[in-house]
Ligand binder design. Sequence first.
Ligand SMILES: Cc1cc2nc3c(=O)[nH]c(=O)nc-3n(C[C@H](O)[C@H](O)[C@H](O)COP(=O)(O)O)c2cc1C
Length: 182
Amino acid sequence: MKKTVGIILGSLRKDSFSKRTAKEVVKLFPEGFETIWLKLGDLPIYNQDYDDNPPMEWTAFREEVKSADSILFVTPEYNRSIPPVLKNALDIASRPYGKNVWDGKPGAVICISPGKIGGFGVGQVLRQTTAFLNIPMLSRPEMYLGNITELLDKSGGIFDTDTQKFLRDFVDAYVEWVEKFV
Ligand SMILES: Cc1cc2nc3c(=O)[nH]c(=O)nc-3n(C[C@H](O)[C@H](O)[C@H](O)COP(=O)(O)O)c2cc1C
C-alpha cells in the first residue's frame, strides 16, 4: 500500500509562494508514496465550547489528517511565527483532549520567505508545537527558502538548479524518515 503524505500549507493566498513551492515538491516523491492536500481554509476558528458538538468541517479535517501517514508543512512565517490558519488547524486536530490525531505522524517543514532570513522563525515555533503534539519532525536538512521570489519562474517552477537539488535531497531525507515510522 502507498504511504500517504498530507501536505499542509500555511497560506490561503491564491498566488501563494508556499503553494507554488509545494506543487514542485510533490513531484519529487518516489513510487510508493502519494500526496494529498489537507485543506485548512474553511475551518471555523477553534473554540473549546464546541468540543462535544464540533462543526462538521472540524470532523472532516480530523478524518483527513487521520488518513495521512505523514505530514509535510510548507509555510511562510507571519510576524516570526505560525500563520493563524495553520495554528488553527493544528489546534483543531489536537482536540478534544486525548484525541490528538497528529500523534506519531512523521513530519517535516519547508519554510519560505521573500526575505533573507527564510522563515527561520516559523520553523522554530512550529517545532515547539509539533514536539508537544508528538509529530516527530525531520531535523536535517533544515529547509529555509529565503528570497523565494527570485527562485520561482513565471510558470511557478523552481528554476534555480541548486535549489532543485536541495529540494530533492530534502525529499529523499524525508522519505527515509517516514519509512522509519510507517
Ligand atoms: C501578517 C503578515 C506577517 C508577515 N510576517 C513576516 C515575517 O515575520 N517574516 C517574513 O519573512 N515575512 C513575513 N511576511 C511576508 C510573507 O512572507 C509573504 O507575504 C509571503 O509571500 C507569504 O507567503 P505566501 O506567498 O505563501 O502567501 C508577513 C506577511 C503577512 C501578511
